[in-house]
Design a protein around this ligand. Structure first.
Ligand SMILES: [Zn+2]
Length: 131
């Protein structure tokens, strides 16, 4: 399953990331997923939960943000949303020289660390918490 390898890679990257002092876990991880990346957000969230088990990320919430596919035609300069399945042919000049500007993203944009309950030192920087 593609989503499982993506989830494992996200967990791995977060585990390798430099941690601020006084944190013992991860509360939330935000990722951007391009519309054309071939990843189903719900399936990724499910796999992420499995991939987190037994790691520092156990119990972390995955927040996904979808990035629409965006194409650009070099010869005429037209830009358009590709949709899914992607429309990669320029409607104006029918050129095949289409450049994909966005839509293949698969990256971690934010990691919210959770502080240890008894950790000394400065309090973690407050993050916007809406849930
Ligand atoms: Zn064109």
């Amino acid at each position: 399953m593609h989503e499982m390898s993506v989830a494992l890679s996200v967990v791995d990257q977060v585990e390798q990331a430099a941690r601020p002092q006084g944190v013992h876990g991860v509360r939330r991880v935000a990722v951007e997923i391009g519309e054309l990346a071939g990843v189903v957000p719900d399936a990724l969230a499910f796999c992420f939960e499995l991939a987190c088990a037994g790691t520092r990320l156990e119990g972390a919430e995955l927040v996904t943000r979808s990035v629409p596919g965006r194409a650009h035609c070099a010869p005429c300069g037209r830009g358009w949303d590709t949709g899914m399945p992607p429309d990669m042919i320029c409607a104006v000049c029918r050129a095949g020289a289409t450049e994909l500007l966005a839509g293949r993203e698969l990256r971690i944009t934010e990691v919210h660390w959770s502080a240890a309950p008894t950790a000394p030192g400065p309090a973690p920087v407050p993050q916007s918490e809406e849930s």
